[in-house]
Ligand binder design. Sequence first.
Ligand code: CP
Length: 308
Amino acid sequence: MRHLISPLDFSVEELDELLKLARDIEENPDKYAHACDRLKLATCFYEPSTRTRLSFEAAMLNLGGQVIGFSDAGSSSAAKGESVADTIRVISCYADICAIRHPKEGAALVASSRSLIPVINAGDGGHQHPTQTLTDLLTIYSLKGKLDGMTIGLCGDLKFGRTVHSLIRALVRYDNVRFVLISPDELKVPDYIKNDVLLENNIEFKEMIKLEDAIPEIDILYMTRVQKERFFNEEDYIRMKDFYILDAEKMKLASDDMLVLHPLPRVNEISVEVDKDPRAVYFKQAQYGVYVRMALILTLLKEAGKIC
Ligand code: CP
């Protein structure tokens, strides 16, 4: 059974195929409108979500399928103490594919080990968020026409931001990608990403604190929210939460073709005035999330022999 737990579960060649399929879905939606007739997606969300859960649900509905699930662990039998392993074993009897989000790192992997249907990691704690990465890759590929030869600036909470960890892992597989890691000292990229991913693959990167100093050399600026829910105390969060605010003044320092991405939700880190700048593509990015999740559902269901 094929699952998607980490962004590295697909080879670069498989990712290329997936992105091409997503582009075809965007251009020819009618071709796919009945691809998943009579099939069901279960969305098991133990943590809050707007984009991931609803874009998965929209994706399955666009494919002609149906959706079941829960959006709050408190309304599931997790509240009575049921394990993720037991829950997924049961959901395998009700649905054909499952997207799971959980606050604990490794929960999706545990689920996949007990599941009889494909499991998609929709975010596990501060660890990984591979379908956000697919969304980010599709956004960059669609708007820049390539995934190689770029300087990627990652800004904000690089410690707890799982979207950042997954995106770095995915992008190091492309040629001539370099990173500018912009964060306060307390929110730097964890050492295991620096050592095991960046240094291990001889990837050029530098760490900076001031966004203004970094912005002129960046092709893709990936802004992130400070992850309030992963802080151990509120004082630290309050001290960090407005460390970066991208505004129209700072955008003047950027190149004309720099793109601003953000996995969303945004809090204060991008001023609303930036939304009208044509380089701000974070709402387009959310739309790409539907196409790429449609492509992913089709790919995994095909591998599971549920569709031809
Ligand atoms: N980008 C993202 O994961 O958003 P949600 O938390 O709303 O799903």
